[in-house]
Design a protein. Structure first.
Lengths: 293, 287
């Protein structure tokens, strides 16, 4: 009888010891991460010039600012007010068109070059580790530098205008899509590849008949997604003079032309959402067709 | 032996030559396919012309200028500005950190309010979601430009820009995560007699916390990238230094700053990925 309680006591004390050890580890980790977090918090408050009064001022100032950008009713009727608000509609629509053209061209160029590079960056298609490594690093460099930095440099080289914007967004797109494309390539079914190899196909034939038919719907879907992202980028790339509606937006915000700010921002948001909707439809149709096969 | 698939000799027939009408693309569809290709090619040609790609002279001068400044970029050098650059990078990180934190603090309650299963009023749900959509439609850089007007030049404008832009996205992600929670745990907590707040705390929060935290970390990563360019419009950080150096033609310093940015972003990615793995295990929240 006593031996049984001894065993139970031993088990209980062993459990307690394990539990205490686990709690100690946990407490130490909480303390460590909590300390690191507090340190980062204090540093960011100091370096970021954050003060509670400024926080209140900033949030209040934003609402004040938004209020000022909204058009005022003048009593001339709704249509006259709207016409007054959107006085530059024709010009702005042309700039929006510019923006969409920049995004379209940059996406197409980026997708085409990304397509050309992605097969060399896929580990299952290329034997040579050197080729895979080099093409991956190339894609990484293209993707890692922000579009706006490319745009600044290209505006310097090619002058102000949409040409610089197209090149900047295209380079970033090459990197982003090339990486996604190569990941799609690495997840394909290998049987068609082996089939083409077995009948004597060379590398290009393997890619053309074994890989491309499998990955094309995914590639198109990713490119459409990228087009949506690029429309947003094209709308702000004008801040540094690289074309599109951003140039006008930069001007009116900098010169405090309040009514124009809200008019332009609403136009941009509407365009971006409309393009998102259309692209989403197209993507769903593509993926839907794929799953029916 | 002769049927639909075999010749009298027993040889299999190539179905494509035997039944061409089955494999032919219907004329209407063929017309459509060709139409799509022609339309895309025409749009591409127009876009190239519209944006000035047919202006060969400009392309050539631009390319030669680009080659010229690439030469000046190497070797990258800081020319004694290393201290300033490091401080600007620290500012960038502070903007990303505090901006994400602020967005997180605001987005958690907003996400709860925006979830259909927490507040089942469609009008409230609809208007809150559309407001968030509107905020999301405006880019961080536009917010930065606006906040430079509101609070003045400096990193604080960048912090507010990141926070506001991210509230739109994070609230939506959080609300969706909350809408997708398992109902049984909520019912279990409710069955013990818990009130509304207690149900949220013990029924919903433990389920969504990993999703919320890992998404926030993901946004910290991406905000580190976007914070590097906010300085271009005067909202603090390394972008200010970068655009100044480009303006005055100091290309070796430009390259140095770009390399510094790349290294920082790389390190932040690694740290944040490790933290994410600790929080939610090995899977990534995004494809």
């Amino acid at each position: 009888m006593t031996s049984m309680t001894d065993g139970a006591d031993e088990a209980v004390s062993r459990f307690n010891a394990t539990r205490r050890a686990a709690e100690r580890v946990r407490r130490r980790q909480t303390l460590l991460f909590g300390g690191l977090f507090a340190l980062a918090f204090a540093a960011s408050v100091h370096v970021g010039e954050v003060r509670p009064d400024r926080l209140v001022e900033g949030i209040g100032g934003l609402f004040n600012y938004i209020d000022r950008t909204l058009p005022k009713a003048t009593g001339d009727g709704l249509i006259a007010d709207a016409r007054e608000w959107y006085w530059g509609l024709g010009r702005w629509l042309l700039m929006l068109f510019d923006t969409v053209v920049i995004a379209f061209l940059a996406t197409t160029i980026g997708a085409a070059i990304g397509f050309a590079l992605c097969f060399a960056a896929s580990r299952n298609l290329v034997q040579s580790g050197l080729i895979v490594f080099t093409s991956r690093r190339l894609l990484e460099i293209a993707r890692a530098v922000p579009e706006l930095v490319y745009a600044l440099i290209f505006v310097f080289a090619f002058g102000i205008g949409p040409l610089a914007g197209v090149l900047a967004i295209a380079i970033h797109t090459i990197g982003a899509l090339g990486k996604l494309f190569s990941e799609v390539n690495e997840n394909i079914d290998t049987k068609p590849i082996e089939g083409i190899r077995a009948v004597g196909g060379n590398w290009f034939q393997v890619v053309r008949y074994g890989v491309v038919p499998q990955v094309l719907p995914n590639f198109v879907s990713y490119s459409l997604l990228r087009f949506e992202i690029n429309v947003r980028s094209a709308a702000i790339i004008g801040f540094v003079g690289a074309g599109g509606i951003g140039q006008e937006l930069y001007l009116v915000i900098r010169q405090f032309i309040y009514a124009d700010i809200s008019a332009l921002v609403i136009l941009i948001v509407l365009t971006v959402s409309a393009i998102d909707l259309v692209c989403e439809r197209l993507r769903h149709r593509l993926i839907g067709q794929e799953s029916l096969r | 032996m002769s049927d639909a698939t075999h010749a009298p000799s027993g040889q299999p027939i190539d179905p494509r030559t035997a039944y061409p009408q089955v494999f032919a693309v219907p004329p209407l569809q063929r017309l459509r396919n060709r139409g799509i290709i022609v339309a895309i090619a025409a749009a591409l040609a127009f876009a190239l012309w519209w944006t000035g790609f047919f202006d060969l002279e400009r392309l050539v001068t631009g390319a030669s200028k680009l080659g010229w400044l690439l030469q000046f970029m190497f070797p990258p050098a800081h020319n004694g500005w290393l201290g300033e650059f490091s401080l600007a990078l620290a500012e960038t990180l502070a903007m990303a950190f505090f901006g994400t934190l602020l967005a997180f603090v605001i987005a958690v309650p907003v996400g709860f309010l925006g979830a259909k299963n927490v507040i089942p009023n469609w009008l409230f749900h609809f208007s809150l979601r559309r407001t968030l959509d509107g905020i999301r439609g405006i880019d961080t850089l536009i917010w930065a430009l606006i906040f430079v007007n509101v609070v003045g030049l400096g990193p604080f404008a960048g912090i507010l820009a990141i926070a506001v832009a991210d509230v739109g996205v994070l609230s939506k992600l959080f609300a969706e995560a909350i809408e997708n929670v398992d109902r049984r745990q909520i019912e279990g907590v409710r069955a013990t007699g818990a009130g509304r707040v207690q149900t949220m705390r013990f029924g919903i929060l433990p389920q969504v916390l990993p999703v919320i935290l890992s998404n926030t970390l993901y946004f910290f990563e991406s905000n580190t990238r976007s914070a590097t360019i906010l300085g271009v419009v005067g909202a603090g950080g390394i972008g200010q230094q970068l655009s100044d150096r480009i303006r005055v033609n100091n290309w070796d310093e430009v390259m140095f700053i770009v390399l510094m940015i790349l290294a920082t972003v790389y390190v932040i990615d690694i740290i944040s990925r490790n933290l994410r793995v600790r929080i939610i295990g090995r899977q990534d929240p995004r494809p």
